[in-house]
Every structure is written in C-alpha cells, then in structure tokens.
Design a protein around this ligand. Structure first.
Ligand SMILES: NC(=O)C1=CN([C@@H]2O[C@H](COP(=O)(O)OP(=O)(O)OC[C@H]3O[C@@H](n4cnc5c(N)ncnc54)[C@H](O)[C@@H]3O)[C@@H](O)[C@H]2O)C=CC1
Ligand SMILES: O=C([O-])CC(=O)C(=O)O
Length: 332
C-alpha cells in the first residue's frame, strides 16, 4: 500500500515540475498558503520569502513527505528565492483593520508590491505573477507598470487573485438556497473590492431569487471580506479562506502551464473586454494555458441589473487602476 502511494506521487510530480515562490510567506496568508502548495504535486521546488520568519515556515512544511524541496529566504536572499520561478505568488503587505477600506492599504502596500515587482523583473521575468496583496485593483497595475518600465511585461502572465470572491459566492448562495456549495458555481467579474465585485447570479443555478434576497446576497458577496475583518477585531483579515483560494488559483495556473485543457478561473487580468472604455484590467473567466492567459472570456448574457452593477464597477476600476499607474510614474 505504501509503495503504491509513493509510486503514484512520483509519477504525477515527474510529469510536471515547477518552482513556486511565495513572497510574504511568513504572514497570515503566506503560512497556510505555503502548506497547501507543499501538498500540490506539481510543485517540486517551493521557495518561501519574507522579511522575517520564512526559514522557520520552510523548515516546518519541509517535513511533509511530498516530492518537493522547500527553502526559506530572508531579505538578502530574494534574488535566489526568485531565480528560475515558474510562478510567484505575492501575499506580502499589511491587511485591513475594522473601519478601513482596501484602498486605505494603498500607501503601505503600493511600495511593497512595486519593489517586489522590480525584483521579479530582474530575477524571474518569465514567471507567472499572482498578486494577492490589496488593493488588488491597484497593485496589479503597479506590477504591470514596473514590468513595462523594465521591458519584460507579458500581459498573459499577470493575475490579480479574485478567487476568494468566487469561493464566497458559492458558499453564500448555498446558504440562501439550502444546497451543497460544492455544486454551486458562480462567476464573479469586475475587480476585488466592494462595488467592483460583481457576481453574475443570472448565470448561476438560482437566477430567480426575489429582488430583496438577490440584493442581500450580492451585498454579502461584495462585502464578505468585512465580515472577517470585523470578526478578527483588529487582528487582520481573511487568511485561511484566502490561502485556500490562492492555492486553488495557483494550482489552476500550474495545470495550465502543464498543458491541461479547459482550465478556467476568473481572474483580474489585462483584459480586452472594456479597454475601449478606459478599463485596462478587468476580472472575468480566463482559460489558462502553457503561456498563462490563453483566452479572456466575455461576460456572457447579463440581466439589466447586472449591466448596472458592471457599469458601477467600471467607473470605480478606472480610478483604482489609474491610481496604481500614477504611483509608479511618480515613484519609479
Ligand atoms: N486578494 C484577496 O482576495 C485577499 C488579499 N488579502 C491581502 O493580502 C495581504 C496580506 O495579508 P495577511 O497575510 O493577512 O497579512 P500579514 O500581515 O499577516 O502578512 C503579511 C506578510 O507580508 C510580509 N511583508 C511585508 N512587506 C514585505 C516585503 N517587502 N517583502 C516580503 N514580505 C513582506 C510581512 O512580514 C508579513 O509576514 C494584505 O494586503 C491583505 O489585504 C487578504 C485577503 C484576501
Ligand atoms: O477584506 C480584506 O481586506 C481582505 C480581502 O481582500 C478579502 O477578504 O476579500
């Protein structure tokens, strides 16, 4: 029995071997995310970086008997941590406290993400970059601007991680409908904050909810992060559900890189959908392939109400995106 499991593990990891780096691996998200990535058999080289604490996290998860090596790095080791990475996940930065919006994190997190993007441009310019650090609507454009300034921007390799909104939508709709959340698929589009989060309930299993129930559900999905911030009462925001969301999204990106077909996840990407209206980044379903984004899917049929929600989201996104772009221009 033991040898059977060992054989299967080896076979699946031998088929596709990837280096994944986590920047911010010592934090509330970084630690459980590192654990979940250690359990992914496509990850053969797990590189954990933080200002502090990453060597301890690395030593800890390295004892789990999956077929990957794990190394932890402190600040001077960032080039080595990044070198040869196929995927870099960024959960570095400060989280919210009650009463704050994600945009209130901009002043601190913008420079953290800018500096990490510079290091990625220098040491792993071909990696797929998965940005978790908030405000995602602005930090993703920050990474894009840095990579452009260094001449290594590949729009197919940059992702804002919005998967937690998708997990929440499945969970919350199942609570309303009394169903198993595993069977509830809800596409969530737009961005990752408040009104920019637009769940497309008309495309779900429950398109006929009464208006009051529908509006309450949409509001809960849009502001689900606040529930956790409030409950943690000053100790941070979602970490465990975010780790699961990040591991799922990173797993899908790896599935795409490995050539698996029909790998589709919503993500906040450099998108053609509303560029003519000045919205350069937008989250919608994306097919993931060997080079990153393969196809950005259109939104599909929307209800009149969803059209309104998307319009509101676009108005806010234009400002959030511009804020990130301006930051890099003014603070290169
Ligand atoms: N995209 C999403 O859906 C979500 C995003 N977030 C965001 O993720 C970020 C991290 O949240 P938590 O893990 O809860 O925070 P945390 O404070 O527990 O951990 C952040 C880690 O980043 C590290 N760090 C700070 N500056 C760094 C740098 N320059 N280089 C490397 N590491 C650095 C810190 O040392 C710390 O270990 C926050 O900005 C939060 O808002 C949180 C939940 C969901
Ligand atoms: O709410 C926050 O600040 C963290 C986050 O992005 C989320 O939980 O969706």
């Amino acid at each position: 029995m033991i040898s059977k499991i060992a054989t299967r593990t080896f076979a699946s990891s031998a088929a596709s071997a990837y280096k994944v780096s986590v920047l911010g691996a010592g934090g509330g998200i970084g630690q459980p995310l590192s654990l979940l990535l250690k359990l992914n058999h496509k990850v053969t080289d797990l590189s954990l970086y933080d200002l502090k604490g990453a060597p301890g996290v690395a030593a800890d998860v390295s004892h789990i008997p999956t077929n990957s090596t794990v190394k932890g790095y402190e600040p001077e080791g960032l080039p080595e941590a990044l070198k040869g990475s196929d995927v870099v996940v960024i959960p570095a930065g400060v989280p919210r406290k009650p009463g704050m919006t994600r945009d209130d994190l901009f002043n601190t997190n913008a420079s953290i993400v800018r500096d990490l993007a510079k290091a990625i441009a220098d040491h792993s310019p071909k990696a797929a970059i998965l940005v978790i650090s908030n405000p995602v609507n602005s930090t993703v454009p920050i990474v894009a601007e840095v990579l452009k300034s260094k001449g290594v921007y590949d729009p197919a390799k940059l992702f804002g991680v919005t998967t937690l909104d998708v997990l929440r939508a499945s969970r919350f709709i199942s609570e309303v409908a009394g169903t198993n959340p595993v069977n509830e698929k809800v596409t969530v589009v737009g961005g990752h904050s408040g009104v920019t989060i637009v769940p497309l309930l008309s495309q779900s299993n429950h398109k006929d909810l009464d208006t009051e129930t529908r509006d309450a559900l949409i509001h809960r999905i849009q502001f689900g992060g606040d529930e956790v911030v409030k409950a943690k009462n000053g100790a941070g925001s979602a970490t465990l559900s975010m780790a699961q969301a990040g591991a799922r999204f990173a797993g899908s990106v790896l599935d795409g890189l490995a050539g698996e077909t029909d790998v589709v996840e919503p993500s906040f990407v450099d998108s053609p959908l509303f560029k003519d209206e000045g919205v350069d980044f937008f989250s919608s379903k994306v097919t993931l392939g060997p080079s990153g984004v393969k196809t950005v899917h259109p939104l599909g049929n929307l209800s009149g109400h969803e059209e309104e929600l998307v319009k509101t989201a676009k108005d806010t996104l234009i400002k959030n995106i511009q804020k990130g772009v301006d930051f890099v221009k003014q603070n290169p």
